[in-house]
Design a protein around this ligand. Structure first.
Ligand code: FES
Length: 319
């Protein structure tokens, strides 16, 4: 792990909705934090070598605090459980500077934000920004029930339309995506963050849009299509050092680099955070991440070395 971190103090922990906490961080010395744009996330380095990514929801004009929201995940690997049960106000933990792989197009003629569950977090930040710069937007907030819907008051206070959908009021049925996409004005940019089934429905509903108008943020890895080829071994060349190493079929590029004592930046190891994005110098990538758009994949310029592989038998990367 070579990610740069700095200490941040837990300034405030607030109950936001059932199983959702808002956590505010500030620098212990009161200095300004690195600036960020809506859609950005930070890594929290929690005790026990747990590293978790959380989207920022605070006002991007405020550089003295970062606020994240954390949902208690029933299938937690420990991160959300630690934050809900053990993290204390006053505690200092290392965090990363913000990174943004879910940027907001600020001059779109109209923006539709669609949030499911804890996926509301980046949307609050985006709605704050759009309201601040006077751009037209509306937000759809979906939750399993009323008790689990967070930040509705904050969103309503911003003034833009807030549409809600509670599965419990509809016999458990999820928010229907197609009518939302169909009723939006031409040129609308759509953003969606939520659980896997919601993102899959969003991607299906927006499949007919031109590339670049539908934006998704996965907080867990996207399921690979059943047709994804089984991993094969390949040779990896590092352009800067000229070194060549073998990547075994059961190994990721990142694992092969680390096994050979070669440092690389990484964080989630799940293809969702973008920390390990690396330029391709030669060869064709077999993309398996949950970040790059269709056109970005086709451009074959970069790949996430924690999950993506080589489509042939030789890949050269900019390391
Ligand atoms: S380490 Fe997060 S995308 Fe690779």
């Amino acid at each position: 792990m070579t990610e740069q971190t700095f200490p941040a103090r837990v300034q405030r922990i607030e109950w936001a909705a059932e199983d959702i906490l808002a956590v505010e961080f500030r620098r212990p010395d009161g200095a300004a934090l690195p600036a960020f744009t809506p859609g950005a996330h930070i890594d929290l380095h929690l005790p026990g070598a747990m590293l978790r990514n959380y989207s920022l929801m605070s006002d991007s004009r405020d550089t003295h605090r970062y606020v994240v929201a954390v949902g208690l995940d029933a299938n937690t690997r420990g991160g959300s459980k630690y934050i809900h049960h053990d993290l204390r106000v006053g505690q200092v933990i290392p965090i990363s500077a913000p990174r943004n792989h879910f940027p907001l197009v600020e001059d779109a003629p109209h923006v539709v934000l669609i949030a499911g569950g804890i996926g509301i977090t980046p949307m609050v930040c985006m709605a704050r920004r759009l309201a601040a710069i006077g751009r037209p937007y509306e937000i759809y907030v979906a939750a399993r029930n009323h008790q689990r819907a967070a930040f509705l008051e904050d969103l309503r206070a911003l003034g833009g339309p807030v549409h809600t959908h509670f599965d419990s009021d509809h016999g458990g049925a999820p928010l229907a995506m197609a009518p939302i996409i169909a009723s939006a004005p031409a040129g609308t940019h759509f953003y969606c963050c939520g659980p896997g089934p919601m993102l899959a429905a969003f991607e299906t509903a927006t499949a007919g849009l031109p590339d670049g108008f539908a934006h998704v943020e996965y907080f867990k890895a996207r399921e690979q299509p059943a047709s994804a080829a089984a991993p094969g071994a390949f040779t990896l060349t590092l352009a800067k050092s000229g070194k060549t190493i073998e990547v075994a079929a059961n190994q990721t590029i990142l694992e092969a680099l680390l096994a050979n004592g070669i440092e690389a930046d990484y964080s989630c190891q799940d293809g969702v955070c973008g920390t390990c994005e690396t330029k391709i110098v030669a060869g064709v990538a077999d993309h398996r991440d949950s970040l790059l758009s269709k056109s970005e994949r086709e451009s074959n310029k970069t790949l996430m070395i924690c999950v993506s592989r080589c489509a042939g038998d030789h890949l050269t990367i900019d390391l």
